[in-house]
Ligand binder design. Structure first.
Ligand code: ANZ
Length: 836
C-alpha cells in the first residue's frame, strides 16, 4: 500500500483486535489496575450520534495510554436497554420490544466497533437480558430483605430488626411490622399520574405538571408504589462526596439535591382539638414572631376543620392538587384560606390562626410551618396580602417594607432579647428541649425513590403478595422473566399491563406451597444502570452477581466519563445502591466512582443542540466513510477541552486527515517503501521528541487531549523538516499517536519493522536533560512595551543582554531622545528600559 487508506486499514485492525481478543482483561493480582468506564448508552432507534464517541474516545485514549504504561486496564461496554421507546414502538407496531431492542443494539455495536475502541467485548452486558436482570432482581431482594439501623448507621438483614414487645408472633403481624422498615417498601404516596402515557412518573420526569417525555399533562394521585429508602442514606451520600475526585459543580448539584437544613422541630397545641401540630423551622430563634401557621393543603389535620370553613378548605385543596410543587414554590402571588382553627404559640401562649396555603409542601419537614412574616419573604407576602400582624423579632430591618432575613439582635422576644441570632437559636432549642416542646432537627430535601412503573418493558419485581403479606422469591426462582404478551398497551387504569396476563400473575410454588399474586409493576430504567459497573467485573458469572475477589481487585472505577445530564439521579442512585451493598458485605468500598468527568455537549454546525427535528444531526457512519475513524477520533478530541460545549465543523476533520496523511508519508514513505532512517536525529529534533513525550503524557493524564494533539502536530512537522531522523524518532511518534489514532498506529508500527500489536508496547520515556532548550527568545521593552526580540543562548549574561537590547533598532527608535532612568534585565526572558 502506498497511500493512506483508512478504509482498508481500519476494518482490518478492528477485526484483528476482536479476533485476537487484544483487549481482554483479566484480574492480575499484584499488577496495578485501571478501571475506566463509559456511561453505557441507551440503544435508541436513531443509532449513534457524534456526541457518543466524544466521551468514548476520551476514555479510549486514557485506556490505551495506561496499557502502554503497564496498567491492567478494564474497559467495558454495554447497553442500558430497557425504556419507553421500545415499548411505545411495540404498542404501535406489535413488534416485541425485545426484537426492537436487539436490532438497535446490533446497530450500536456495529457503529461503536467502527470507531476502534479498545473494549473487552467478552464483558458486554445488556440490562434486558434475563442473565443480567436476574441480578438486578437479586439486588432488589437485598433492599427488600434489609432495614436501616440508624444507630449503627448501616443496613442490616430484616431478620435482625428488633420487634416491639407484645407485637404478636403470627407471620402476618410480623411481616406487616417489618414491611414499614424495609429499604424497599410499599407505600400509598401521592404520585404523578400521566393519563396519556398510562403510567406513574417520578418527580424528576415531570416538569411543570407535564411529562418530560411527550409533554402530556399529569396530576397528583395517591397510589401504592414501591419506594426505596434512599433518605436513610442522605447523610452518608453527602459526607462521602468529600472523598471523590468529581467536578465541584457536580458535587454542588448533589449536595443541593440532598438539601440538608439544620433547625428545630416545634410542637404547637391546637385549640379545641386534643392534638398538637409539629413544624420544622430553620429559625427557632424567631418563635416570638410567629403570628400564624400554615398547613400544606394535603395535611391530615385539615380533616378536622369545622363546618364553617370546610367548604372553602376543600375547594382550596382541589385547586392545589392540580399544581406542581415547583409552580407552588415559585409563585409570587400567595394564595390560601383560613381553616377556622387556632394554635397556641408555646413560648408566650399567644393564640395564632391556622391557615392552609400551597406554598407549604406536604413532602417537606412536617408539612406545616410557623409563619414569621417579619423575617421570611414568603410569609411577609402572605401576611401583607391577608392583613396578618407582622412582629419584628430581629432588629436591623424595616419590616413594614419587606422581610428582614439578615442578622441582628433579638427584640420583642422575652428571654432572648439582646442576643444575636446564633446564640438565640441555641438558647431556644435548649429551652424547647427542656420543656419537651421541641428539639433540634436535621431535615433533608431528598425524597425516597419512587421505584415502580406501570410498564411492560422493565424488570419484573421478584415479589409475590400472599395472604400473610408480601414476600420475595428464592434466589433459585430468579430471574422472574417477562411473560409473552400480544398487547402492550397500558390498561388505562392504575393496573400495569402485566396484570392483564391472568395466568402469569398467579404464583404457586409446588415445593414450598407458598402462593399469591405476582407484583405486576416493573422497575424503572434507573435500576439496570445503578449497578452495571459491578456486573462488568464478572459478566458471565451464573452463580453470583460478581465474585468477591474480582470486586476487590477492580473496584472502584478509576475514571468515569459521561454526560452532565446524569449529574444527579443516576449517580445518586448508583451511589445509594453501592452503599447498601457495602453495608451488606457484597462490595468492599463505600463509593463506586473515584474520578468522574463530564464531557461537553457537541452542538450542530449551526451551534444548536443536535436534534432530529432541527436536521443538524451528524451521523458517525457518514464521517467515517469520508474521513476514517482515526480522523474522526482526532477531530472530536481536537475541537476543544473535553468538558466544554463545542460546535461540530466538518471542515475541521479535513485538517486531521491531512495530519494523518503527513504522518503516513513520514513513517510509511512516499511510495510505501518505509521511512528514511538516519543513524541520528538532529539535536533540535531530539529535543522536540523529548518535549513531545513529556507534553503528550501529561496532557493525557489531565485529559487535555486537544493540546496533546497539537504537540503531535508540532513533532511531526519538525520531523518532516529535519534532514536526518533516527529510527527512535519514528518509533516515538507512532507510539505517542497510538492512543489517539490506533488504526494508523498499528499499521505504521509494522512499517517500522515491529511484529507485535502496539497496544502493549511500552510508552516512551523522556529524558529531562534533553528537554532544555539551548536557545531562548529574549524580549526587549521600553517602558514595559515590547519593541524587539532576539534568539540568544540559554544563560546569556545580563551585560550581553543589555548590550543586545541597546543595539536593537526597534528599541532605539522608541527610546529616541528619552533618558534611561532604570534598566531591568531578567535572564532568559527580557530587558526593559524605563525612560523619560
Ligand atoms: C420559621 C421561619 C422564620 C423560617 C424565618 C424561615 C425564616 P429550608 O432552608 O428550605 O430547609 N418550611 C418548613 N417546612 C416547609 C414546607 N413543608 N413547605 C414550605 N416551607 C417550609 O427552609 C426551611 C424553612 O422553610 C422553615 O423555617 C420554614 O420556615 C419553611 F425567618 O420557619 B421557617
Amino acid at each position: 500500500m502506498t497511500r493512506y487508506e483508512p478504509k482498508e486499514i481500519e476494518p482490518k485492525w478492528q477485526e484483528f483486535w476482536l479476533k485476537n481478543k487484544t483487549f481482554k482483561a483479566e484480574a492480575k493480582p499484584g499488577t496495578p489496575k485501571f478501571y475506566c468506564l463509559d456511561m453505557f448508552p441507551y440503544p435508541s432507534g436513531a443509532g449513534l450520534h457524534v456526541g457518543h464517541p466524544e466521551g468514548y474516545t476520551a476514555t479510549d485514549i486514557v485506556c490505551r495510554y495506561k496499557r502502554m504504561q503497564g496498567f491492567n486496564v478494564l474497559h467495558p461496554m454495554g447497553w442500558d436497554a430497557f425504556g419507553l421507546p421500545a415499548e411505545q414502538h411495540a404498542i404501535q407496531t406489535g413488534t416485541h420490544p425485545r426484537d426492537t431492542t436487539r436490532t438497535n443494539i446490533n446497530t450500536f455495536r456495529r457503529q461503536i466497533r467502527a470507531l476502534g475502541f479498545s473494549y473487552d467485548w467478552d464483558r458486554e452486558i445488556d440490562t434486558t437480558d434475563p442473565k443480567y436482570f436476574r441480578w438486578t432482581q437479586w439486588i432488589f431482594k437485598q433492599l427488600f430483605e434489609s432495614w436501616y439501623d440508624s444507630e449503627l448507621q448501616r443496613a442490616r438483614p430484616i431478620s435482625e430488626l428488633p420487634l416491639p414487645a407484645g407485637l404478636g408472633t403470627d407471620e402476618k403481624t410480623i411481616r406487616s411490622y417489618q414491611a414499614k422498615h424495609r429499604l424497599a417498601y410499599l407505600d400509598e404516596v401521592p404520585v404523578w399520574w400521566c393519563q396519556a402515557l398510562g403510567t406513574v412518573l417520578a418527580n424528576e420526569e415531570v416538569i411543570d405538571g407535564k411529562s418530560e417525555r411527550g409533554n402530556h399533562p399529569c396530576e397528583r394521585r395517591p397510589l401504592r408504589q414501591w419506594m426505596l429508602k434512599i433518605t436513610a442514606y442522605a447523610e452518608r451520600l453527602l459526607q462521602d462526596l468529600d472523598s471523590l475526585d468529581w467536578p465541584d459543580s457536580l458535587k454542588a448539584m448533589q449536595r443541593n439535591w440532598i438539601g440538608k437544613s439544620s433547625g428545630a422541630e416545634v410542637k404547637f397545641q391546637v385549640e379545641d382539638l386534643n392534638e398538637s401540630l409539629e413544624v420544622f423551622t430553620t429559625r427557632p430563634d424567631t418563635l416570638f414572631g410567629a403570628t400564624y401557621m400554615v398547613l400544606a393543603p394535603e395535611h391530615p389535620l385539615l380533616k378536622k376543620v369545622g363546618e364553617t370553613c370546610k367548604a372553602s378548605v376543600t375547594e382550596y385543596q382541589s385547586q392545589a392538587a392540580s399544581r406542581s410543587e415547583l409552580e407552588r414554590g415559585i409563585d409570587k402571588d400567595k394564595t390560601g384560606v383560613f381553616t377556622g382553627l387556632f394554635a397556641v404559640n408555646p413560648v408566650n401562649n399567644v393564640r395564632i390562626p391556622i391557615w392552609t396555603a400551597d406554598y407549604v409542601m406536604m413532602s417537606y419537614g412536617t408539612g406545616a410551618i410557623m409563619a414569621v412574616p417579619a423575617h421570611d419573604e414568603r410569609d411577609w407576602a402572605f401576611a401583607t396580602k391577608f392583613s396578618i400582624p407582622i412582629i419584628e423579632v430581629i432588629s436591623g430591618g424595616s419590616v413594614t417594607e419587606s422581610a428582614h432575613g439578615g442578622d441582628g439582635q433579638l427584640v420583642n422576644s422575652g428571654f432572648l432579647n439582646g442576643l444575636t441570632v446564633d446564640v438565640a437559636m441555641e438558647k431556644m432549642i435548649a429551652w424547647l428541649q427542656e420543656k419537651h416542646l421541641g428539639k433540634a432537627r436535621i431535615q433533608y430535601k431528598i425524597r425516597d425513590w419512587l421505584f415502580s412503573r406501570q410498564r411492560y418493558w422493565g424488570e419484573p419485581f421478584p415479589i409475590v403478595h400472599g395472604a400473610e403479606g408480601s414476600f420475595s422469591l428464592e434466589d433459585s426462582e430468579l430471574p422472574v422473566t417477562l411473560p409473552e404478551m400480544n398487547d402492550y398497551k397500558p390498561t388505562g387504569t392504575f393496573d400495569p399491563p402485566l396484570a392483564k396476563n391472568k395466568q402469569w400473575i398467579q404464583y404457586k410454588n409446588a415445593e414450598t406451597l407458598k402462593e399469591g399474586i405476582r407484583e405486576c409493576n416493573t422497575m424503572p430504567q434507573w435500576a439496570g444502570s445503578s449497578w452495571y459497573y459491578l456486573r462488568y467485573l464478572d459478566a458471565d458469572n451464573n452463580m453470583a452477581p460478581w465474585a468477591k475477589d474480582l470486586e476487590r481487585y477492580w473496584m472502584p472505577v478509576d475514571l468515569y466519563i459521561g454526560g452532565a445530564e446524569h449529574a444527579v439521579l443516576h449517580l445518586l442512585y448508583a451511589r445509594f445502591w453501592h452503599k447498601v451493598l457495602y453495608d451488606l458485605g457484597h462490595v468492599s468500598g463505600k463509593e463506586p466512582f473515584q474520578k468522574l468527568v463530564n464531557q461537553g455537549l457537541i452542538l450542530g454546525e449551526d451551534g444548536e443542540k443536535m436534534s432530529k427535528s432541527r436536521g443538524n444531526v451528524v451521523n458517525p457512519d457518514d464521517v467515517i466513510e469520508l474521513y476514517g475513524a482515526d480522523a474522526m477520533r482526532l477531530y472530536e478530541m481536537f475541537m476543544g477541552p473535553l468538558e466544554r460545549m463545542k460546535p461540530w465543523q466538518m471542515a475541521g476533520i479535513e485538517g486531521q486527515k491531512r495530519f494523518l496523511q503527513r504522518v503516513w508519508r513520514l513513517a510509511a514513505g512516499e511510495e510505501g517503501q518505509g521511512p528514511s532512517v538516519a543513524s541520528q536525529s538532529h539535536p533540535d529534533l531530539v529535543r522536540v521528541m523529548h518535549q513531545s513525550i513529556k507534553k503528550v503524557s501529561e496532557d493525557i493524564e489531565n485529559l487535555r487531549f486537544n493540546t496533546a494533539i497539537s504537540q503531535l502536530m508540532v513533532f511531526s512537522t519538525e520531523m518532516d523538516k529535519a534532514d536526518s531522523v533516527s529510527k527512535e524518532c519514528y518509533d516515538v511518534l507512532v507510539r505517542l499517536l497510538a492512543p489517539f489514532a490506533p488504526h494508523i498506529a498499528e499499521e505504521l508500527w509494522r512499517y517500522l519493522g515491529h511484529k507485535e500489536t502496539i497496544a502493549y508496547v511500552q510508552w516512551p520515556q523522556y529524558d529531562s536533560n534533553l528537554i532544555q532548550e539551548t536557545n531562548v527568545t529574549v524580549v526587549f521593552q521600553v517602558n514595559g512595551k515590547v519593541r524587539g526580540e532576539k534568539q540568544v543562548e540559554v544563560g546569556t549574561s545580563k551585560d550581553i543582554l543589555e548590550k543586545l537590547a541597546r543595539e536593537d533598532l526597534g528599541v532605539q527608535k522608541h527610546l529616541g531622545v528619552l533618558n534611561i532612568i532604570k534598566t531591568i534585565v531578567v535572564q532568559n526572558k527580557l530587558v526593559n528600559f524605563v525612560a523619560k
